[in-house]
Design a protein around this ligand. Structure first.
Ligand code: ADP
Ligand code: MG
Length: 686
């Protein structure tokens, strides 16, 4: 018995879809024209063609490789044979079955589709698509789509499954006709039939992404994204949060303890945050500011209204080092005000952990600082009203969802959310993925900073650099030495760091040199960082664990080995570790040659720019939004059809349409989302 043909369900699953209906949007890569036959005498080498003829000879050739060779001749002799007398076509089958040998006998009529090559004996096709036909077997009436596939699924099986799906599912138009007319977009059903089964006279660029059919689907996809974002925003606005209206004078007391005052930019963003906090609906605000712009202090001041109201705040950082450092800062600032700050990461174990969990659950702790461990099962807050996420872009969507979940307390209140990031969001992303986000920007650095001088130098001059480090550090400044990134292996990277540490220690015996890397125990890391911060170490050899957020104002020199291996954002973050005090700071980018064009451009951009926003713009230009976001890292559902940069006009149109539809056509909204986001809105809520 022949194996049963796979059902559309099976095909959909094998292609990675959740529901068979999604096959309708499994679009062809290209098309083949099987609607016409080319006479044998008209074939030319290089053509992709379909021919029909009768087998004149069939023979198994043993050499050079066992193969079945068919000579095919025109079935009805033509009145004008080809000029050079070639009327046959050789067909070579390297993989063939015994039953094919039985079937493909002289006199049998076959239809072949494939590429024509110039062979030794004349034109030939190697492994063409081959079918036995009867005289007059009809030709297909539409172009044959070629689909993206996976091993074990033939094009024929995919084609049939897609056809069956198209015939089965509901292709009713989801959008109002006037909208489609206005945007000059074709109807949904028409587009799908045209893309999956185009008529023979369809334009050849049908599979290209700027064709009208594609534009319709891109628009639909962007519209679904806009609709879901707006609905998520509505849902959020319908949620209740504790209104945190005043800080009971805590802010003034904190500022009085600091040796500096807020910059106007810090002041402004703090006001924006406070206005949100005072509302009885959860805040969803991103605080953007370049590295070193003083976001931590703003965050510290922002939590005070939560504490004054007798509720708790949680502050989350992406790494242990950062969490530790945030903890120290907040502890230093808030303890004098009579507030209790606790620290919780995966590294906290045993009795200390149990005690901290109890303190968080009973409300004894006012502010809990930690890594994502803060939002895992087992951590119960007494009454959390505000969550702060530092270096927001480093968290995935799952983590942000977990954090949201934590918030749904028994009292039915959702915590306010404040996110901090040094990575500005490009306009196209701000309009799409981040549309449901309020943004505050710190647009000026605290006074007294001298911009970091950046120099790019060949690694050949490494010894010279090491020699100068001695005088530099003995003169009272501290320095970082960042080891080469080894993408493939954390182990190799660690080895490189240990080697650099040993080498520098040997070369510079007068200096106290520390080492910090990701594989160290939390307590060891913390001890090294504390020693560096206290000025007990001249030089800190580090891997990228120091990339984000580390703040040691006396450190004024940053050396990055093999800087060409780092991305722009990473280089900017690393460089941001210096230039935090009044001291003139320097950054040395040591590169190993030969440089690729892209690496050369990156080093040039980082040398010429100190503004993080300018650097992010360049980064976006070099890499495009998908990569910029890092699909995996951000966990954002990537667009399948639309391209944010290329289709900005459609994105604009989708934004406008989303508003109109939500206001007037809830039926269309419902139909459209049902089709495009059958699995719900969850991912857009994070
Ligand atoms: P980032 O925005 O990168 O997180 P931080 O919050 O770590 O920056 O701040 C960088 C440094 O600037 C810290 O040492 C901080 O104490 C200091 N700082 C913050 N605000 C001010 C200010 N208004 N005036 C002077 N220094 C400030
Ligand atoms: Mg920071």
């Amino acid at each position: 018995m022949p194996p049963a043909r796979p059902t559309p369900e099976t095909v959909a699953r094998k292609l990675g879809y959740h529901a068979p209906g999604e096959l309708a949007l499994h679009l062809p890569l290209r098309y083949e024209d099987e609607t016409r036959l080319t006479p044998l005498h008209a074939l030319r080498a290089g053509d992709i063609a379909q021919v029909e003829g009768c087998i004149a000879h069939a023979q198994i050739q043993p050499r050079p490789r066992r193969q079945l060779v068919l000579e095919v001749r025109e079935a009805e002799p033509r009145s004008h044979p080809a000029e050079d007398g070639r009327t046959g076509l050789f067909c070579r089958l390297i993989h063939f079955y015994p039953n094919q040998v039985e079937q493909l006998k002289p006199g049998v009529r076959v239809r072949l589709f494939g590429e024509v090559r110039a062979g030794f004996l004349g034109h030939e096709m190697v492994h063409p698509r081959l079918r036995v036909v009867q005289p007059g077997t009809p030709l297909p009436t539409s172009l044959t789509p070629v689909y993206p596939g996976v091993a074990g699924l033939s094009q024929n099986v995919i084609r049939q499954a897609v056809r069956a799906t198209l015939a089965q599912i509901d292709l009713t138009e989801s959008l109002p006709q006037d909208l489609l007319r206005h945007l000059r977009l074709p109807g949904f059903a028409q587009v799908l039939w045209q893309l999956h089964a185009p008529s023979p006279d369809a334009p050849l660029d049908l599979a290209k992404r700027h064709a009208p059919g594609w534009r319709r689907l891109k628009f639909d996809e962007l519209l679904a994204q806009q609709l879901s974002l707006r609905l998520a925003a509505r849902q959020r606005h319908a949620l209740c949060a504790q209104a945190l209206t005043q800080d009971g004078g805590l802010g003034e007391r904190l500022l009085a303890l600091l040796p500096f005052s807020l910059t106007p930019a810090q002041h402004r963003v703090l006001e924006e945050i406070r206005r949100d906090l005072a509302r009885p609906h959860p805040m969803n605000r991103l605080l953007q500011g370049d590295v070193g712009s003083g976001k931590t202090l703003v965050a510290a001041l922002a939590v005070l209204p939560a504490l004054a109201a007798g509720t708790q705040a949680a502050v989350m950082a992406p790494t242990e080092i950062l969490a530790e450092q945030l903890y120290r800062k907040l502890h230093e600032w808030l303890t004098p005000l009579g507030l209790r700050v606790a620290w919780l990461t995966a590294a906290l174990k045993g009795r200390a952990r149990r005690q901290t969990l109890v303190d968080i659950a009973t409300g004894r702790v006012h502010v809990a600082v930690g890594t994502q461990a803060l939002f895992q099962a087992g951590v119960i807050f007494h009454n959390l009203s505000l969550a702060v996420v530092d270096e927001q872009h480093r968290f995935g969507v799952e983590q942000r969802l977990a954090l949201r979940e934590k918030g749904h307390g028994a009292d039915g209140l959702t915590p306010h959310l404040l996110m901090l990031s040094a990575t500005p969001i490009p306009r196209s992303l701000a309009m799409s993925y981040y549309a449901d986000l309020d943004v505050s920007v710190i647009d000026a650095l605290p006074p007294g900073r001298t911009p970091v001088r950046t120099r790019v130098m060949s690694l050949d001059r490494r010894d010279e650099v090491i020699a100068r480090l001695r005088d530099y550090c003995l003169g009272g400044a501290q320095a970082y030495w960042v080891c080469p990134l080894v993408e493939e292996s954390e182990k190799l990277q660690l080895k490189a760091a240990e080697a650099s540490h040993a080498e520098l220690t040997a070369a510079l015996p007068e200096l106290a040199i520390g080492l910090v890397h990701g594989r160290m125990k939390q307590a060891e890391k913390a001890a090294v960082m504390a020693a560096f911060k206290a000025g007990k170490l001249h030089l800190l050899v580090a891997t990228t664990v120091i990339e984000v957020g580390v703040d040691v104002p006396n450190a004024a020199l940053m050396v990055i080995e093999h800087a060409e291996r780092y991305g722009l954002a990473q280089l900017h973050q690393l460089r941001g570790r210096v230039g935090r005090g009044a001291r003139e700071s320097n950054c040395l980018l040591l590169y190993g040659g030969p440089l690729s064009d892209a690496a050369r451009q990156r080093l040039h951009i980082i040398k010429e720019n100190t503004d993080g926003f300018a650097i992010a713009r360049e980064d976006l230009r070099l890499r495009g939004p998908g990569e910029f976001l890092g699909a995996r890292q951000s966990g954002l559902p990537m667009l399948r059809f639309a391209d944010l940069e290329e289709d900005l006009d459609l994105l604009q149109a989708a934004r406008g349409a989303a508003e109109d539809l939500l206001a007037q056509r809830s039926d269309a909204v419902h139909r459209h989302l049902e089709r495009w986001l059958p699995r719900g809105l969850d991912y857009f809520r994070a």
